[in-house]
Design a protein around this ligand. Sequence first.
Ligand SMILES: [Mn+2]
Length: 269
Amino acid sequence: MFKTSMAITPEPAKFAPLLFAGDWERGLETAAELGYDAVEVSLRDPQTEVVKKLGQAVLGSGLAVSAVATGQSYYNDGLSPTSPDPTIRARLLDRMKGHVDFAAPWGALVIIGGVRSTFEGEPKTHAAQRQRAVDAIGGYAEYARSQGVSLAIEPINRYETNFINTVEEALRFIEEVGAENLVVLTDTFHMNIEEVSIARSFERAGEKLGYVHFADSNRRAAGQGHIDFYELASVVRKSGYDGYICAEILPLPDSRTAAKLAIDYLRSL
Ligand SMILES: [Mn+2]
C-alpha cells in the first residue's frame, strides 16, 4: 500500500488542480474521513493567520502534511527566483523559509514547481535568469537542510513554463545546485506531455525520486484518463520509493467525488 495524500489550499487559488480551494476545513475533514494519510498544502504567504490555523488543525486531525506547494508566490504575487530584482528575490527567500518552517514538524517536502516561473525576454538573457535561480534555490536548500527538510524539484509541462520540463532536466538542475537535500517530484500529468516514456522516466529519477503526484492525462483523478497507472505503480514499487503518492487533481466533478475516486483507485494499485 502506498502512503496517500491529497492536495488542498486554504485560499482560493489561480492554480486549478487543488481540492476544496478556500475551504480547507472541509478538505481536512474529507481527507481524514476517506482515509488519506496526509494532505499536501498549497500556501501563499506562510505568515498569514489562515496558515497558522491550518497548521494547528492538521496537528489535531491525525493527518500528516506530505508536502508544501509554493507556486502561489509566483502565480498570485509575481515572486520568482529568476527575478533580476534583489528585493523580489529576498521576499521570496523569506517566504521559502516560512514554508520550510511549516513543513519541518512533519518532515514534509517543500515543492519547487510553479514558483520557478518561466524564462522571459531574449533567449540570450535566459542563462542569467537560470543562474539567479540556481543561487536562490541553493539558498533555500541550505536553510531547509538546517531544519531537516528536503526540496522537491517538479518538472512542469511546456505550456506552463520553459524552465525544467523533464525529469532529465530536473536531475541536471539538481546537480548544478549541488545540494544533497534536493529531490525530484514526478507528476504524471506533466510527464504525459513531456516524457518519451513515463515509466522509464520514473526509473531515471532513481534514488533521487522524492515525491509523486498522480493525476491522469486530463488532470482528473488517476483512473479517469488514459495513463497506465498499474505499470507505474509496479515501477515505483520496484524503485523502493516509500514516500507519498499525492492526488493533485482538478476538483471534477466536485472536490469530494474527485478525492474519493482518487483514493479508491490508489488502493486498487
Ligand atoms: Mn504537480
